[in-house]
Write a protein that binds this ligand. Structure first.
Ligand code: G3H
Length: 540
């Protein structure tokens, strides 16, 4: 079968869908507000899968259900619920012991695990992520929560002692910041939302949480778990158009922390809406255009394998994806030949098919965007060098390798976030290094080579441009214990299992001058447990 036949026949009929992955429409008519699953009677947003089905009338997007299209008034209510639960830091949750908060989170994760198959199925259908990767996303998230719980215990253990310095006795701990607004991205709607939501809750903050534009329904099976595991008002959910519901709550100035993974353009708008930006703490995961640099002495097979995985996992819709490749001219022919051969072997199809890698894309506008950047690259001299590259059918786009790309093209600087691989030849290492230095982004880079005399100095240049330099490996976020961040337009703040606990809290201490009377007082507070903060309890 030619590529063109494959693309033309990519979508199944309803009957072709295996019984075990079929999905029933989920009409979500409720949301979590102030500890109650509240009925929604207003307008709803219909949800369609990126997967189309073949029928008598041609292709139709699979209908998945609907969710509440909330208004400014509802958003302000969700905010008020979180504000009330925080109660200026006097609420049940911010004043709970760490042990109590850990117990609630352990309860939550048990309840969450019971929902694995429902969440995974919706994740797969809503954003077109392969079943295997959807399962990985769920499991990685559970593992992240468990690791976070361990990190939290360790953090509490090290701060359960008093220090005495220069005649001052103190206990230094971490306290919550207030109300956190959490918004994750559509490409990791569960994992990346939870990597901020979970540590934010655990540190004693209260939360308003809005799922991304795509990947909303998959959160519905978890509403009861949030309601039952945490005190009322700690978690409140919001659904609808960001422009309508997020602006108004930012403008109140009552959001203390913004946790947002998305575009720098939207992050800037949100920050500017806050009336006292200096009060707003932010942790942001933003745009990236990670480059892969393939040196003349690289192991070409390895470089091709990693570059393809880096550029095309989940159709290139990862912030850490390799979004441009620089290949030394002396090896370009062999590299490109192998790249194209391997790309032809990558399995494209429906997300439930075993080993499928390329699947339909959730963003409608992405299809025409990719066609535009491909035609722009062609205008300035690039060619699509793989068979069928860029062919589309519905929301499916066959991966395209564009060569040679240059600085006149949009693909040189724009983050394509899709299955398009721009490749640029270079003669002198200064060329790709200049690209990285001049770029607006500063997340990661990958270098492929074997000569330490070349790679060593490159590392020294690159570590001051990006926040992770990968040697002979694709760019990636994991393991989650490692810091994940970026420079320039790519991030603000650092996330990792332990960093996240720090970022959603602030160091706070109780201190007193070393006198007999003060020592007696401190001893009595601890012995009689009159404070939850000032305590030497040790979590085992
Ligand atoms: O979209 C950005 C994600 O954080 C990337 O994570 O490298 O594990 O796919 P990943």
């Amino acid at each position: 079968m030619t590529i063109s036949d494959k693309v033309e026949n990519i979508f199944p009929t309803e009957n072709d869908i295996p019984a075990e992955v079929r999905v029933r429409a989920l009409e979500q008519k409720d949301y979590l507000l102030n500890g109650k699953i509240t009925i929604w009677r207003g307008p709803v947003q219909q949800v369609f899968s990126p997967v189309s089905l073949k029928g008598k009338k041609g292709l139709t997007r699979k209908y998945l259900g609907s969710y509440p299209l909330m208004t400014e008034k509802d958003a302000l209510e969700a905010l008020e619920s979180a504000v009330k639960a925080y109660d200026e830091g006097k609420g049940i949750w911010p004043t709970s012991t760490v042990e109590k908060r850990i117990a609630c989170m352990e309860d939550f994760v048990c309840r969450m695990r019971e929902k694995r198959s429902e969440v995974v199925r919706l994740l797969m259908w809503e954003i077109g992520k392969s079943l295997e990767d959807s399962e990985k996303e769920f499991d990685r998230t559970v593992e992240y929560i468990l690791d976070t719980l361990n990190a939290m215990k360790e953090l509490d253990r090290v701060s359960s002692r008093l220090s005495v310095t220069q005649g001052v006795i103190a206990q230094i701990k971490r306290a919550p910041l207030g109300v956190v607004l959490c918004m994750g991205p559509y490409n990791y709607p569960l994992n990346e939302t939870f990597t901020t939501l979970i540590p934010a809750i655990l540190m004693g903050n209260t939360v308003v949480f809005k799922p991304p534009k795509y990947g909303v329904l998959l959160h519905r099976p978890l509403l009861e778990a949030f309601r039952d595991a945490f005190p009322k008002g700690v978690v409140n959910t919001l659904y609808g158009q960001g422009r309508r519901i997020i602006g108004p709550i930012m403008k109140t100035g009552k959001i203390n922390m913004l946790a947002f993974i998305g575009s720098s353009k939207v992050a800037d708008i949100l920050k500017q809406q806050h009336p006292a930006p200096h009060r707003l703490r932010c942790v942001l995961g933003l745009d990236a255009k990670n480059a892969g640099i393939i040196l003349s002495d690289a192991d070409i097979d390895l470089a091709v394998k990693e570059s393809l995985a880096g550029a095309l996992s989940y159709n290139g819709q990862r912030c850490t994806a390799l979004k441009i490749l620089f290949v030394h001219r002396s090896i370009q022919n062999e590299f490109l030949e192998k790249l194209v051969t391997r790309i032809d072997r990558i399995k494209a199809g429906m997300p439930w098919e075993p080993e499928v890698k390329i699947t339909p894309l959730p963003e409608d506008e992405k299809i025409s965007y990719l066609a535009d950047v491909i035609s722009d690259a062609k205008k300035y001299g690039a060619k699509v060098i793989n068979e069928g590259g860029g062919m589309t059918n519905g929301n499916f786009v066959h991966p395209a390798v564009l060569y040679p790309v240059n600085n006149k093209m949009r693909l040189w600087r724009e983050e394509q976030f899709g299955p398009v691989i721009p490749v640029a030849p270079f003669d002198d290492i200064k060329e790709p290094l200049k690209y990285v230095v001049d770029s607006d982004f500063g997340q990661q880079v990958s270098i492929f080579g074997s000569d330490e005399t070349k790679i060593g100095p490159m590392l020294d240049t690159l570590v001051n441009q990006v926040c992770r330099v990968n040697i002979n490996s694709q760019c990636q976020r994991g393991p989650d214990a490692f810091p994940f961040t970026g420079r320039k337009d790519s991030a603000e703040g650092t996330l990792s299992v332990s960093d996240a606990l720090r970022i959603f809290s602030i160091r706070t201490l109780v201190a007193t001058k070393d006198s007999d009377a003060n020592k007696r007082l401190i001893r009595n507070i601890i012995r009689n447990r009159t404070s939850k903060f000032l305590s030497t309890d040790f979590i085992l």
